[in-house]
Write a protein that binds this ligand. Structure first.
Ligand code: PMT
Length: 399
């Protein structure tokens, strides 16, 4: 998820860590966000409003009433996609937990209908005080998000816990929180990844070079955006971090088909990134086949076409995304697959592209959809490609 065009309120309170807020505002603006800074009076002792208005390109707000002007805290609270208070001082934390409303920042906090993220900053003894813990627990119980403090040198000269998180980590946290509160929150998705192995005997199989990287990247990105993900994973040798995913490991196309059918009806989104064998040995030998003749003929029979079958079961509310791995006539073949499999989208990748396809860390895709949409992307990491594919799915469902 990018922060482009996101509306972000940055609240700054009185703490020495306020100097880092300038870097935070700068980083958010660089990401394309629209930033409105709100400072408490105490914050102004630590950093100048001029620095922050210059960096944000907007007048810094501080007072509920300024001469004859009234800062509309309710509308500010509704304007923002997210509100981040960094640094959050002990004093403002206590006021938030107590529901107090004696400055603009607190009134906007109470009016905010968007996610609220806080990055506390204080000395270790204050951080560890049971009052502080209780106040933070209150904020958490209201659904506010707390960015953990760091360990290191503190304003008092002591070393310990209580440092505000670094601006880059806060930006990352904000992006993650916005993703999770986005349109995929609470949705369910099925993703297939990796190859299938079609066994001939106990030692041999027909397989392919899929590493599972592309499908796992899609599964992870969906989970990052708040989706419940069911990953059906073929036999991959790489170790992936699959935390937070519901994983079903399979070997053959037939097993992958059964696993997909089991959950498909309950899914909002299905993305089939696995490289499924189209044919499997017609017979399986229980014992290792001996080398006798100069030639050996293996009869193959068709495996189930999982994408096609799911396409036939699909309801209008479900989005079905297939991949097409091509070596020639790429676009025509991808369009044929879109039609023949009744998919909503096909993600084309070509083995002609050096940095695309099996095993690579990068991919280069073009996404076609049933409404006539076509989006070609540059070569990117598979993680970035997964983001593009998911943004296409969101765009398709909103179109
Ligand atoms: O795993 P990596 O190393 O990261 O590589 C990623 C990838 C190249 C495997 C991936 O990007 C990709 O292209 N996956 C689909 C590969 C493939 O089998 O393409 P296809 O054009 O043969 O199949 C078209 C679609 O039908 C695919 O969605 C496939 O999952 C599905 N299919 C194919 C055969 C079959 N029997 N059942 C299916 O459901």
């Amino acid at each position: 998820m990018t922060l482009k065009d996101k509306k972000i309120i940055v609240g700054i309170t009185g703490s020495i860590a306020a100097y880092k807020s300038a870097l935070l505002v700068r980083a958010l603006v660089k990401e394309g966000a629209e930033v409105q800074v709100i400072m408490t009076q105490a914050a102004k002792d630590f950093i100048s409003p001029l620095t922050l208005s210059t960096l944000s390109g907007k007048k810094v707000l501080s007072e509920i009433f300024e001469e004859d002007e009234w800062a509309n805290h309710v509308m500010l609270g509704r304007w923002a996609d997210i509100m981040v208070i960094a640094p959050l001082s002990c004093n403002t934390l206590a006021k938030m937990a107590g529901g107090l409303c004696d400055n603009l920042l607190l009134s906007v906090y109470l009016s905010a209908v968007c996610p609220v993220v806080v990055a506390p900053a204080m000395d270790e003894d204050m951080w560890k005080h049971p009052g502080t813990k209780k106040n933070l627990e209150k904020l958490l119980s209201w659904g506010n998000l707390v960015i953990p403090v760091g360990y290191g040198e503190l304003a008092s000269g002591l070393t310990g816990e209580g440092r505000m998180a670094e601006p880059e980590s806060i930006v990352e946290f904000i992006a993650g929180s916005l993703s999770k509160s986005g349109p995929l929150k609470g949705k369910k998705a099925l993703v297939t990844a990796g190859p299938t192995y079609e066994h001939l005997d106990p030692v041999r199989f027909i397989g392919n070079h899929s590493s599972g990287k592309m499908g796992v990247a899609v599964a992870r990105e969906l989970a990052n955006r708040g989706t419940e993900v069911h990953l059906v994973l073929g036999p991959v040798s790489q170790h992936f971090d699959l935390n937070g995913l519901q994983v079903k490991r399979v070997q053959s196309a037939e097993e992958m088909f059964i696993a997909c059918k089991e959950v498909f009806a309950g899914m909002d989104i299905t993305v089939m990134a696995a490289a499924v064998a189209d044919y499997a040995p017609a017979e399986y030998s229980q014992n290792k086949i001996k080398k006798n003749d100069d030639e050996m003929v293996v009869n193959l029979s068709k495996t189930p076409d999982i994408l096609k079958s799911l396409g036939q079961m699909k309801t209008p509310a479900q989005v079905l995304v297939g991949f097409a791995l091509e070596t020639d006539n790429e676009e025509a073949n991808a369009m044929k697959k879109l039609e023949a499999k009744n998919a909503d989208m096909i993600v084309l990748n070509s083995l002609k592209d050096e940095k695309a396809g099996f095993g690579k860390d990068t991919n280069k895709v073009t996404v076609f959809d049933r409404k006539g949409g076509k989006k070609a992307f540059d070569t990117k990491s598979k993680e970035a490609v997964a983001k593009d594919i998911i943004d296409c799915i969101i765009g398709y469902t909103n179109a």
